[in-house]
Design a protein. Structure first.
Length: 210
């Protein structure tokens, strides 16, 4: 099963991608992670990305798609994968289609802007390993301390209320157009996000008919 997760910032896409990966036994492909790995490993594509960033340019959609293409040829993607972090814009969705990517479903995680603001005010990340938590939905075993590495949990700068508002505006302007793009192709599956992680996972599985 090849899936895309779409939704506003703070809807829990990363958390649900991780849960889905374990449930369906398919990997999550985080574009951010594979870009960083390529740069760290100094692969040919990684060097091209580093060169673009050092020159002050944004990483082109073409480069991102090439690195995703490279990733999905790995053996662990033979039975499918979950694409997390892309597409974020209509041109990216169109470019993925032109590149020959085909998906079984595009999961739209639905949450109001007001709920997003409330959620992100409680989000915390480990400043050491990057694991995500939420003070009520996904609390750590010990308040303020990462379960995995014992690092300090902090609020990310982009979870600041004013920053969240800006990110939501960008989402509505740049990402929402891909919703109709995939709806026209019969791939869109809306999912109403629940107040808890497990409830949202079950809603996703129901939408997929699993």
């Amino acid at each position: 099963m090849k899936l895309i997760l779409v939704g506003p910032p703070g809807a829990g896409k990363g958390t649900q991608a991780e849960r889905l990966s374990k449930t369906l036994n398919i990997p999550t492909i985080s574009t951010g992670n594979i870009l960083r790995a390529a740069m760290r490993d100094k692969t040919p594509l990684g060097l091209a990305i580093t060169e673009a960033m050092d020159a002050g340019h944004l990483v082109s959609d073409e480069l991102v798609i090439r690195i995703v293409e490279e990733r999905v040829t790995k053996e662990d993607c033979a039975n499918g994968y979950i694409l997390d972090g892309m597409p974020r814009t209509l041109p990216q969705a169109e470019e993925l289609e032109r590149a020959g990517f085909h998906f079984d479903a595009v999961l739209l995680m639905q949450l109001s802007d007001e709920e997003i603001m409330q959620r992100m005010s409680g989000r915390r990340v480990c400043e050491n390993c990057g694991d995500s938590y939420h003070v009520t939905a996904v609390p750590p075993k010990v308040e303020g301390v990462c379960d995995d590495c014992g690092g300090k949990l902090v609020r990310r700068p982009d979870d600041d209320p004013e920053t969240v508002k800006e990110r939501l505006e960008i989402y509505h302007k740049e990402t929402e157009p891909i919703i109709s793009f995939y709806a026209e192709r019969g791939l869109l599956k809306p999912v109403d996000c629940k107040s808890d992680v497990e409830g949202t996972l079950q809603a996703i599985l129901h939408a997929l008919g699993v």
